[in-house]
Design a protein around this ligand. Structure first.
Ligand code: 4NP
Length: 185
């Protein structure tokens, strides 16, 4: 498979996380191509974790796509079905990434290298460019993957893989953003 390594990829947590750790408010934008499969699933999973840990006041969470052709659409039905089986209701409406997202968000998380490269090229300033990271850098349990692969042309297995990677990555993302923080602040 094109997206897998035989050797573990050895992902590293991006340095920008150190600057965001324990802040009273962190704004996170998940980005994929169509904003109907991977990034709305990431948004739904991360939101669920934040709610379960009673941290809703500390996070702004959204998702967007680099291709605007699905603007206004609910997530792909297959993704909604697979996510619902795990307890997530995905109700986000697809929207394209906009230049103001670089001002409005602290962390912009691309699902694959194409998303990452395009987001970095789109960033208006060097500082904004540093806000762009890869989702796979937060995934610990699946070292054979070097991205969150596009499931659009895959069967059920592709959607399950995406959800497995995102549950792992979102949990580690939240852990790294909140490790050692004072819960009262
Ligand atoms: P996503 O999946 O980037 O995870 O939302 C895709 C959805 C739609 C298309 C490609 C990928 N498309 O080409 O329409």
């Amino acid at each position: 498979m094109r997206h897998t390594h035989i050797e573990p990829a050895g992902h590293e947590i991006p340095r920008i996380i150190d600057r965001l750790r324990c802040l009273s408010s962190v704004k996170v934008l998940f980005v994929c191509l169509g904003n109907i499969c991977r990034s709305p699933a990431a948004e739904g999973i991360f939101r669920d974790l934040v709610e379960k840990r009673d941290l809703t006041d500390r996070f702004v969470i959204d998702s967007a796509g680099l291709y605007g052709g699905h603007a206004g659409d609910l997530p792909d039905r297959r993704m909604r079905v697979h996510a619902f089986q795990r307890g997530y209701s995905l109700i986000h409406r697809s929207r394209p990434v906009r230049i103001s997202d670089f001002e409005d968000f602290d962390l912009i998380i691309g699902m694959d290298d194409s998303n990452y490269d395009r987001l970095r090229a789109f960033a208006p300033t060097l500082e904004d460019r540093e806000k762009v990271v890869r989702m796979i850098d937060f995934v610990k349990g699946f070292p054979q993957y070097d991205c969150v692969p596009d499931p659009y042309y895959d069967g059920a297995e592709g959607f399950e893989t995406v959800l497995n990677l995102l549950e792992d990555g979102c949990s580690n993302l939240l852990d790294t953003l909140t490790a050692g923080c004072d819960p009262e602040k």
